[in-house]
Design a protein around this ligand. Sequence first.
Ligand code: MN
Ligand code: MN
Length: 296
Amino acid sequence: MIVRIDQVPIQFPEPNGPSPNGAAAVQELLGGKFGEMSTLMNYTFQSFNFRGRERLRPYYDLICNIAAEEYSHIELVSYAINLLLTGSTVRGMDPSKAPLKVAADARNAYHFLASGQAALPVDSMGNPWTGSYVTATGNLKLDLLHNFFLECGARANKMRVYEMVDDPAAREMVGFLLVRGGVHIVAYAKALEEVSGVDVGKLLPIPDLSNKAFPEAKKYEDAGLHQILFQFSPNDYGQADKIWKGAHPEDGSPLRVVQGMPQGFAPPVLEEEPQLSAPGMDPDMIADMAKKVMGH
Ligand code: MN
Ligand code: MN
């Protein structure tokens, strides 16, 4: 079971302005092969299917905690997309003015056709996310090796999207996720070291550019967020600290497990978009319906 909290782990800055094509690029970090939906579903299925977990509890706990964190990441990327789409069409109720004209030239018309100008489970080219992105072989070493690769691929995509989109809201999100994804890379490297004796940390960073080159990521590393593995549960999954310990392979700082979630902030307010009838529901009509239901 999972508990849901109506917060996101960063304070979003105001976006510079609408950018439908920036939003389309950011979709890669949500529904792409290496996006947050993939990390979430890979670790979720690996945890549900984990056999022999009594003997290998620390690995199970590690994967469970990271899976739970990935839910907060799909939420974070979705809000960044929604912020970039906000204001991209003309607000109002007059269809003759072609308020959605901009959508005809947007990379992803589904943002305006299939959703109320909001995030979708698709990649940067509009391809739907698919379960074929999930690897859960049941072999611990193979799955850990895959997870290490997946997080490195996710990191490469984050860096490239950062280079494509210069909006501060998008970059704040990418900076935070570079740091948290960096934790997951190191966590899977340490788990692989435990099972094999191979110094996987020597491969890092992949790609070979430090998170500290990204100002938005450096800020979170200066605050120590790259040293913390969160135990996303009040009582369970407590043995991840048998793996998440010792020194960070890049800067040598001490690693620690923190009980609970990262600091949370209110999610951005998403205003109504009447030209898309999102959410629709004319207030006068709602009042009429309420009267009828009440019988007067
Ligand atoms: Mn993530
Ligand atoms: Mn991750």
